[in-house]
Design a protein around this ligand. Structure first.
Ligand code: RAM
Length: 375
């Protein structure tokens, strides 16, 4: 797997593992070291929220790495919300991958990203005896009980994008190291602002495990002396809803007239923030950075509203999640650290600590490279 970082500025700011030719292995190692040195509980996107003494439901089972990948498996993708273009790309790629290895996939899910809106879907998928439920969890705790019920009935559970508690799933497919995502968000906007001024974060929902983990690393990064002239004035929540995110952007700019930058670590939020700013007097004055899809952000890069943002390849995330679910359902892996599985043309992956599998480093997009990407 290659690092796709194309911007020299961003290359500089990214953690060392992002520049490695073997980024996945290095990312795991570096993350493990940094986690043990700096912050407790780096597992998944759920920092500090998981008890270490809980054993996964399948811990008694043994993996058979030579077991063939079963055919005819039923994989069900349950995204944070069904109408989020990012989640659709991930899930469609996962469903296509399932077809490719002789199984089938489907996507079901709520129209909002509220904490408990996925619960009834999990229950239905369990009743349907799907072979695996793949979930981008809206809340680490609300979905836990129903997922445990599913695992009791030998339904495999893979969290992707946004983790639940680690004993409520077998594997978490993390798009990149959570620490790297969080810290680079600050590093990138700081360079754009010459390390000066007020910033705000426009996040997704208040309970989103992935955004909350990234934000905690952002806050930690901001403690470094290099950022002494920068101040995080507010974390606002657009709930991964376009209209709410648009209004929250307007609210932030009104409430903080000295605001110099907004970080939006959600594809829904950054697109809404850019849309608001592109048609306002703040265009060119307030920096917008964060995580977005190139197709949603292209016009704001071209019109000068946004200079730079980042994301991983959502198609690869869906594909990797699909292969992991099939490997679990085929008995090749159980979710224990050190187990290996093949993910088609993505290559070989190893299960890390707490069942975490990391896809790879994100890409930074800007005017120079954005037209090379179509998702
Ligand atoms: C939104 C969702 C998703 C996140 C991306 C970056 O689509 O919040 O969980 O990973 O943004």
């Amino acid at each position: 797997m290659k690092s796709l970082v194309a911007n020299p500025l961003a290359r500089k700011a990214l953690a060392p593992e992002a520049r490695s030719t073997r980024p996945r292995i290095r990312a795991l190692t570096v993350t493990a070291v940094v986690c043990s040195l700096a912050l407790a509980g780096c597992s998944g996107t759920t920092k500090n929220s998981v008890k270490n003494d809980d054993k996964p439901a399948e811990s008694g089972q043994k993996a058979n790495p030579d077991a063939p990948l079963k055919k005819g498996l039923k994989l069900a993708f349950l995204p944070k919300q069904i109408n989020n273009p990012y989640e659709q790309i991930v899930d469609n790629a996962g469903i296509a991958a399932a077809k490719g290895f002789g199984s089938s996939g489907k996507e079901v899910g709520p129209s909002d990203a509220k904490a408990s809106s996925q619960v009834s879907y999990i229950n239905t998928l369990t009743q349907q005896r799907q072979n695996a439920i793949l979930i981008a969890a809206n809340d680490p705790n609300a979905v836990c009980g129903p997922l445990k019920q599913a695992m009791k009935q030998n339904i495999k559970v893979v969290a992707y994008d946004s983790d639940t508690a680690k004993d409520c799933r077998q594997i978490f497919i993390n798009q990149a190291s959570s620490e790297q995502i969080g810290r680079t968000q600050i590093q990138h906007i700081a360079e754009q602002l010459h390390y000066k001024g007020q910033i705000a974060i426009l996040s997704a929902t208040q309970n989103a495990t992935n955004q909350n983990t990234w934000i905690s690393y952002m806050k930690d990064e901001l403690k470094k002396p290099a950022y002494k002239n920068m101040k995080l004035v507010k974390v606002a929540y657009g709930d991964d809803d376009d209209q709410k995110s648009f209004q929250e952007t307007q609210g932030l700019l009104k409430a903080y007239p000295k605001l110099k930058g907004i970080i939006s670590p959600t594809t829904v939020g950054i697109a809404a923030a850019a849309r608001y700013i592109s048609a306002s007097s703040y265009k060119g004055k307030v920096v917008v950075n964060g995580l977005g899809t190139p197709n949603q952000m292209r016009k704001y890069v071209k019109d000068g509203t946004v200079a730079q943002f980042a994301l991983w390849d959502p198609k690869k995330l869906g594909k990797l999640a699909s292969y992991a679910a099939a490997a679990l359902a085929s008995g090749q892996i159980t979710g224990a650290e050190g187990e290996k599985f093949k993910a088609g043309d993505l290559g070989d992956y190893t299960v890390g600590k707490d069942g975490e599998v990391i896809l790879g480093p994100p890409t930074v997009f800007d005017r120079a490279n954005i037209d090379r990407f179509n998702f």
